[in-house]
Ligand binder design. Structure first.
Ligand code: SF4
Length: 421
């Protein structure tokens, strides 16, 4: 593996998550067309959105206390941005572009950024009110989570379908998004899918964009088959921690309401749905042009690396794709004083992420123009392999699937524009 971060963007992305970065006074990123620092609903992003060499989008921690001790500093030199480490140049980077619609309001007068924000190049929307775990007394929220701190500051509470559609159209037309991620926390009575379905229907009917849904695991698993029929492309379940004892400690609300097992059952059930073609669809066409993936999401750094690797093995063994975040002790959260993980401990975790996905023929990196700033995507972890050419045949096949999907989305987008003109 290339161990020099100047030549390995994947390693640089990981190292920046773990160490954070300081910002020199020479930088005024917002004034230079970049995105402002918004605390995001996923509870793991708080930093500055940058594009690293190799086209890797990232969200670098800058406000947390550990970032103040980082060897990395961002400078603005001769009109471009440069990351230095201990004063030595490491990488030229670009701020993620700030779309024009970030400065506009909906027809109802709400700032569009309070309806949805770009996370890398996809649109993230948190349509409903704050997660109920934050409202209990005493609170039962997850220790790392900042959602209850965000809402009402950077986010807009409940959002109507029409408001969301306005932002979706702006993001599609101006930022060329291909994917929208709807996200909720826990609501009493398992209502989160009822809340999301009207949004999903409108988006699929009017745009054909790829859509993902991230919620707690509904007790009625057949609801996920219905979501798949509706056209949803991705369901994601954040159980965060594979070790049940640490899960119980860090996520008391999730443990009480759902329990570890329900998360795992939902991930496996939804992955199984991908193995059965939808009614009326030829299996091959279904696989390549209307993707369906089940994701199990964990946070590396909240448990020992071996436990994160065990999670990756389990998730991929049932045909699901792991999403692996790096723990960030966000300011104001219950875990703000915890230490972030060490890069060297996480390299084997992310290396295994790539290997396990490829060994099990999982469709990673297929959605076109989806760059994610908050996690190191499985396909980005190729740079952490000892032998990156090991899976070249499978990589070619995935590339072909991605091209097919891109042309389908472009066709549908042009069709939607014609339909509105
Ligand atoms: S379930 Fe946990 S991580 Fe999700 S919003 Fe609620 S407190 Fe935050």
């Amino acid at each position: 593996m290339e161990t020099d971060v100047r030549r390995n963007p994947a390693l640089l992305k990981l190292d920046l998550y773990c160490k954070g970065m300081r910002i020199d006074d020479s930088c005024l990123v917002v004034d230079d067309g970049g995105r402002p620092i918004l605390r995001t609903r996923a509870g793991l992003g708080s930093g500055i959105e940058l594009i690293l060499p190799g086209g890797l989008w990232t969200n670098v921690p800058v406000t947390e206390s550990f970032a103040r001790a980082s060897p990395y500093v961002l400078y603005r030199e001769e009109g471009s941005y440069l990351i230095r480490r201990h004063g030595e140049p490491v990488a030229r980077v670009r701020p993620a572009p700030r779309p024009d619609w970030y400065g506009r309001t909906t027809t109802g007068g709400k700032p569009m950024t309070r309806i949805g924000t770009l996370q890398g190049t996809y649109l993230g929307i948190y349509p409903a009110h704050v997660c109920d775990f934050w409202k209990e007394k005493p609170r039962a929220n997850c220790g790392f989570c900042s959602v209850g701190l965000n809402l009402g500051i950077d986010d807009a509470g409940e959002k109507s379908v029409d408001e969301v559609m306005e932002v979706v159209r702006a993001a599609r037309e101006e930022s060329r998004i291909t994917y929208i991620d709807f996200n909720t926390g826990h609501y009493e009575g398992d209502t989160y899918l009822d809340i999301l379905e009207p949004f999903v229907r409108r988006v699929k009917q009017e745009t054909g964009l790829l859509v993902g849904v991230q919620t707690p695991p509904h007790h009625d698993l057949s609801r996920y088959a219905a979501l798949k029929e509706m056209g949803v492309n991705r369901v994601s379940f954040c159980f965060e921690i594979f070790d049940p004892d640490i899960f119980r400690r860090v996520c008391p609300g999730k443990d009480r309401e759902y329990g570890h097992r329900r998360y795992l059952e939902a991930i496996a059930y939804c992955a199984g749905l991908g193995l059965r073609p939808a009614r009326g669809a030829a299996p091959r066409a279904r696989r390549s042009l209307d993707p369906w993936v089940s994701n199990g999401e964990i946070i590396a750094g909240l448990e020992p690396p071996a436990s994160s690797i065990a999670a990756i093995e389990w998730i991929t063994s049932v045909g699901a794709i792991p999403t692996v975040c790096v723990f960030r002790p966000l300011v104001g959260t219950d875990m703000e004083d915890a230490q972030p993980p060490r890069t060297e401990d996480l390299i084997p975790v992310f290396r295994r992420l790539y290997e396990a996905c490829m060994e099990r023929d999982l469709p990673i990196g297929v959605a076109p123009n989806v760059h994610v700033s908050l996690v190191l995507l499985p396909e980005e972890c190729r740079g952490l392999l000892h032998n990156p050419r090991r899976f070249w045949r499978k990589e070619l096949r995935l590339k072909a699937m991605s091209l097919l999907l891109r042309s389908r989305l472009e066709r549908e987008f042009r069709g939607a524009l014609r339909g509105r003109s």
